[in-house]
Design a protein around this ligand. Structure first.
Ligand code: UDP
Ligand code: MG
Length: 165
């Protein structure tokens, strides 16, 4: 089944100069990249992304981790599309806990657990179709994808926009 999945290279992945390595590992899946960008992560975006973790004891640390507690406060967001994309990317990413992850998975190779107990596991990947839809719509606007995956509508807006001078 063809589907799409949100991938985030988390702040530790970027800070450790792992962007190229992670993208190379992901290219083993032979999936298509249909969107990509570097994002400055606000608290609001991090909280919305991890809203299902709100009751967990490490929630506040997780939010700080996603906003980037190193000076490079950024995440790389991508959408991968193709046959069984969600499972293929989860598979190559490895288990959530980097110590339990297969050592040749991305998280097994590059992740660590901080002394505060946060799993710095360098990558996020959606787990199922509904999560992928929610997350792709959260991180990307329709025009930032090169394919129309989900239905869109056109709205007139008098919103203040920032444009190049
Ligand atoms: N996490 C953590 N400690 C835990 C569980 C999760 O620090 O005991 C962090 C970790 O960075 C993980 C994120 O919270 O990637 C989201 O957790 P989830 O259970 O959704 O795992 P994932 O889907 O990322 O494998
Ligand atoms: Mg998850």
């Amino acid at each position: 089944m063809i589907n799409q999945t949100l991938v985030l290279i988390k702040p530790d992945g970027l800070k450790k100069s792992l962007t190229g390595n992670i993208l190379t590992r992901l290219s083993e899946t032979k999936l298509d990249i249909v969107a990509a960008k570097i994002v400055r992560v606000s608290r609001q975006l991090a909280e919305e992304h991890y809203r299902h973790m709100k009751d967990r004891p490490f929630y506040e640390e997780l939010i700080k981790y996603m906003m980037g507690y190193y000076h490079k406060k950024k995440v790389m967001a991508l959408v991968y599309w193709g046959e069984d994309a969600i499972n293929k990317v989860r598979q190559i990413s490895g288990a959530t806990n980097p110590e339990e992850a297969d050592m040749v998975s991305i998280r097994g190779q590059y992740g660590r657990i901080t002394t505060k107990g946060v799993y710095e596991n360098v990558i996020h990947a959606s787990t199922n179709e509904s999560e992928a839809e929610r997350e792709i719509k959260l991180w990307f606007a329709p025009d930032e994808l090169i394919v129309d995956i989900y239905p869109v509508k056109e709205v007139k807006s008098d919103k203040l926009l920032r444009v190049w001078v």
